[in-house]
Design a protein around this ligand. Structure first.
Ligand SMILES: Cc1ncc(C[n+]2csc(CCOP(=O)(O)OP(=O)(O)O)c2C)c(N)n1
Length: 293
């Protein structure tokens, strides 16, 4: 059985706890990539805070029962950020921490892209961009058809898509469908880190004003700093109150956030990252964490 989640804004002490979690998750994720020597550093680092906010505050889950029948469901549609999800699942107790060093090796239960048949706590296999978001819409519809929990709340589906992923036409078919069916149990995030595999999102296919786009598709849409826990928490609480509409929270993020030599650079997408880069990055992260007190 899952426990109800708080509907109060996070206080200062709770925000500080989330920051500490983000530090731990960032470190665990980077250590797992460094053990392999290469990986999706950029898009994994830009979603650390949103995943921490979801898994440590807003998703209704039971880590002791990955398939709890009353749980919320989550789809990491930009499935190449799997390493961050695995670090989160390890922090939550779904996975043994030692498994993280098997990332993307033959026979591992932690492939580069999320796989629901291999990893406890993963609800949807993703990696082919666009498909996860369609699945999230179908899941949310199914959860609503199942009816509310005994306490009257509806199970939600949550999803994260990339800004480059939004070049997929399939994203916009799913968007239209979710608005048509007034799916207020679907809350999604666009990781607007401004880069994709081939360069800046603006140069590959300009998304223009993402909030206006989502609103035009019939969604409630908000835009916040995706690395600011207080802002994230407020936006998610607002989305949880939405009626008759799905919500898209556009996250202003920095690709490779926290990795000094790759931050905000297109080459961070799938980058060489070994023990030397790890050591320099951890030094910078530890300095930043110490400055927070
Ligand atoms: C259908 C499909 N086409 C191409 C790819 C290869 N691919 C992997 S990641 C990526 C770029 C995605 O950009 P974005 O969504 O902005 O990811 P982020 O910057 O957040 O990592 C591409 C094209 C894929 N996984 N799926």
């Amino acid at each position: 059985m899952t426990q109800a989640v708080s509907d109060k804004p996070a206080n200062a002490a709770e925000i500080r706890e989330l920051e500490k979690r983000a530090f731990a998750v960032r470190r665990a994720c980077l250590e797992s990539i460094a053990s392999l020597g290469v990986g999706h550093v950029g898009g994994s680092m830009s979603v650390v805070e949103v995943l921490v906010a979801l898994y440590f505050r807003h998703l209704r889950l039971d880590p002791a029962d990955a398939k709890a029948p009353d749980r919320d469901m989550f789809v990491l549609s930009k499935g190449h950020a799997g390493p961050t999800l695995y670090a989160i699942l390890a922090e939550k107790g779904y996975l043994d921490r030692e498994l993280l060093s098997t990332l993307n090796r033959g026979g591992s239960s932690l492939p580069s892209h999320a796989d629901r048949l291999l990893t406890p706590g993963v609800d949807m296999s993703t990696g082919s961009l666009g498909q996860g978001f369609s699945a999230a819409v179908g899941i949310a519809l199914g959860l609503r058809m199942d009816g509310p929990r005994p306490d009257g709340t509806l199970r939600r589906c949550w999803a994260i898509i990339g800004d480059g992923e939004s070049d997929e036409g399939q994203v916009w078919e799913a968007a239209a469908c979710a608005a048509h069916y007034r799916m207020d149990n679907l809350i999604a995030f666009m990781d607007y880190n401004k880069f994709q595999i081939d360069g800046s999102t603006e140069s590959v296919l300009d998304i223009r004003d993402p909030v206006a786009k989502w609103e035009a598709f019939g969604w409630k849409s908000l835009r916040v700093d995706g690395h600011d826990f207080a802002a994230l928490d407020r936006a998610i609480l607002e989305a949880r109150k939405a009626k008759d509409k799905p919500t898209m929270i556009v996250l202003d993020t920095i690709k490779a956030k926290g990795v000094p030599h790759l931050e905000g650079k297109a080459e961070s997408h799938n980058a060489p990252f070994g023990p030397v880069e790890l050591a320099a990055t951890l030094k910078a992260l530890e300095r930043e964490e110490a400055a927070r007190g």
